[in-house]
Write a protein that binds this ligand. Structure first.
Ligand SMILES: [Zn+2]
Length: 81
């Protein structure tokens, strides 16, 4: 196991933690498998957001103002069973 090789290799930073990574590293461009998974997780969560169903603005308003959708039904609550 050679201690030192040529220094000509470019060094990049791990997108996850910012550590220096060499292109020869196994997990390049990440410093480790862990950071690779972290980055994948970010992408996954972003993808989930994108793939989630689009909510109608009106529905959002409805949720924001419960009184607006109270037209009947919520009058007595548990008075009748
Ligand atoms: Zn890292």
């Amino acid at each position: 196991m050679p201690a030192k090789k040529k220094k000509s290799a470019k060094v990049l930073r791990c997108p996850s933690c910012g550590m220096l990574v060499r292109p020869t590293d196994e997990d390049f461009p990440f410093c480790s498998d862990r950071c690779r998974k972290i980055d994948l997780g970010k992408w996954a969560s972003g993808a989930y957001k994108i793939s989630s169903p689009v909510v109608d603005p009106e529905v959002l308003e409805d949720l924001d103002n419960p009184s607006a959708r109270r037209s009947g039904g919520d009058g007595g609550g548990s008075s009748e069973r």
